[in-house]
Design a protein around this ligand. Structure first.
Ligand code: NAD
Length: 483
């Protein structure tokens, strides 16, 4: 019998005001209901915002190092429960258990990192042009903030928003994606057990528009940090900044890897295929375009096709599985549609692309990872985010053309180059329009201690992660003190 879960408002676990729930389904086996979650609406979000406001003064007054200690205790609890949390993640989102464990361990690192930030939340002291005057700055919290998260990193993304928001002294309303709410709920439980005071973190599940309108429109919410699609993100950005609030939106990508003829081709193949296919290609930083110099394109393509065809697709809980199912039917349909678009546009489907429907795949959303060859840069499969295990190989004559193709998309999240030429590598670093730049490393992956975010249509607002994350969650006060 699946469990029924509740919202967390003002330190209490409560049903939605309407009493309605929705089912959370395992995408590897759609017969399995993981749990029922509250289908919340505006009334629930309003209550959550009210609770967050009530808790604001007390949390803000707690010294930042003490707030950090709560995060540190939460890190230990997540670490203790890592296997259980990761299993829930795989069962609701579909990625492999190995990937889920790595992501959960990342959440531990994030909470540890920002626990330490509680002792480093500093301003600056500068000389004043007046005598006997101390001139300095301090950071204060924004107040109540709303965090809206996607399903594809259901523990890392809520953690990298929650940890800086909390350590900076904000109170929070967290709204996770409806396809992966259990993992976010497990973080809330960890913070509750770690001693977070009631009302500091409030958790509301439910459909985006119904919950989102209140969260993004309520003037008591001073900032919204959003990660998800660019359509929703741009709309939220307009709504929040239009009423004078602060918004930070991390959105899509169309991430390239340039492969030059002097690259280590085996390494390039490995990082492109891994970057494109792991997590079923459902990463904002996933590699979706391999822009390959013509002189090595044939060799690269043969190896990439062989490596892709060898990938073992299956239930993420099975040890041998390398690529799990799509998160839901909508995502499966989107990717199948793009596979058709690619073929209609004249790209060559070199391997994969079939939906898997025979047992043991008949109860899940499975597709074979796919590679398209001879892709032109203007094709839709080379321009639009697919968010699935699909690699488009685009042959180019030289580095100059590769740079033009790499930059000729509206996104700018992550990009990589494979080369042994140091000058080319630095030229790439200078000219690539992306917030995350890699040389001989995959487009995917992010370390907690450095900023994360994109350029162009991939991001708006200040960066997440690293020390700069606190810029979003604090406002600066400048003090002139004459003595
Ligand atoms: P989505 O935009 O559909 O949903 C994201 C969140 O927004 C969910 O919680 C959803 O319920 C909520 N939402 C939907 N409509 C809303 C509204 N009107 N008001 C308020 N909230 C609303 O995105 P998704 O399908 O969950 O995630 C996939 C997308 O996320 C991809 O485009 C991917 O590239 C992007 N992504 C970006 C990053 C990054 O850091 N740049 C990281 C991960 C995912």
């Amino acid at each position: 019998m699946p469990d029924t879960y509740q919202n967390y408002i003002g330190g209490q676990w409560v049903d939605s005001a309407s009493g309605q729930t929705f089912a959370n389904i395992n995408p590897a086996n759609t017969d399995e209901v993981i749990g029922h979650f509250p289908a919340s609406g505006a009334a629930d979000v309003k209550a959550a915002i009210g609770a967050a406001q009530e808790a604001q003064a007390g949390w803000r007054d707690m010294p930042a190092p003490k707030r950090g200690e709560v995060l540190g205790r939460a890190a230990r609890i997540i670490e203790r429960d890592l296997d259980r949390i990761a299993e829930g993640l795989t069962r609701e989102e579909g990625k492999t258990y190995g990937e889920a464990k790595i992501e959960t361990a990342r959440a531990v690192q994030i909470f540890d990192y920002f626990a330490g930030e509680g002792r480093r939340l500093s301003g600056e002291t500068t000389p004043s042009e007046y005598g006997r005057t101390m001139l300095y700055t301090i950071r204060e919290p924004l107040g109540t903030v709303g965090l809206i998260t996607p399903w594809n990193f259901p523990i890392a993304i809520p953690s990298w928003k929650l940890a800086p928001a909390l350590v900076c002294g904000n109170t929070v309303v967290l709204k996770p994606a409806s396809t992966a709410p259990l993992t976010a709920l497990n973080i809330v439980r960890a913070l509750e057990e770690a001693g977070l005071p009631p009302g500091v973190l409030n958790f509301v599940t439910g459909p985006g528009p119904e919950t989102g309108d209140e969260l993004t429109g309520n003037p008591a919410v001073k900032g919204i940090s959003f990660t998800g699609s660019d359509t929703v993100g741009c709309d939220i950005y307009g709504r929040v900044t239009g009423r004078g609030g602060r918004a930070q939106c991390e959105m899509g990508g169309k991430n390239p890897v340039i492969v030059l003829e002097d690259a280590d081709i085996d390494k390039a193949v490995n990082l492109c295929v891994m970057g494109a296919m792991w997590s079923t290609g459902q990463k904002c930083t996933a590699t979706s375009r391999a822009i390959v110099q013509e002189s090595v394109a044939r060799r690269f393509t043969e190896k990439a096709v062989a490596a892709t065809a060898a990938i073992r697709v299956g239930d993420g809980m099975k040890e041998e599985t390398q690529v799990g199912p799509f998160v839901d039917e909508a995502q499966l349909d989107t990717v199948l549609r793009y596979l058709e678009i690619g073929k209609e546009e004249g790209a060559e489907l070199l391997t994969g692309g079939n939906r898997l429907t025979d047992p043991p795949y008949d109860k899940g959303y499975y597709v074979e990872p796919a590679v398209f060859g001879n892709v032109r840069p203007d094709m839709r499969i080379a321009q639009e985010e697919i968010f699935g295990p699909v690699l488009a190989i685009i042959p180019v004559p030289d580095f100059e053309k590769a740079m033009r193709v790499a930059n000729d998309v509206r996104f700018g999240l992550s990009a990589s180059i494979c080369t042994s030429d140091l000058t080319r590598a630095f030229e790439f670093v200078d000219r690539i329009e992306a917030g995350l730049v890699h040389v001989n490393t995959p487009t995917v992956g992010a370390e907690v201690q450095v900023p994360f975010g994109g350029m162009k249509d991939s991001s708006t607002g200040t960066r997440e992660q690293g020390r700069v994350a606190v810029d979003f969650y604090t406002q600066i006060k400048t003090i002139y003190l004459e003595y």
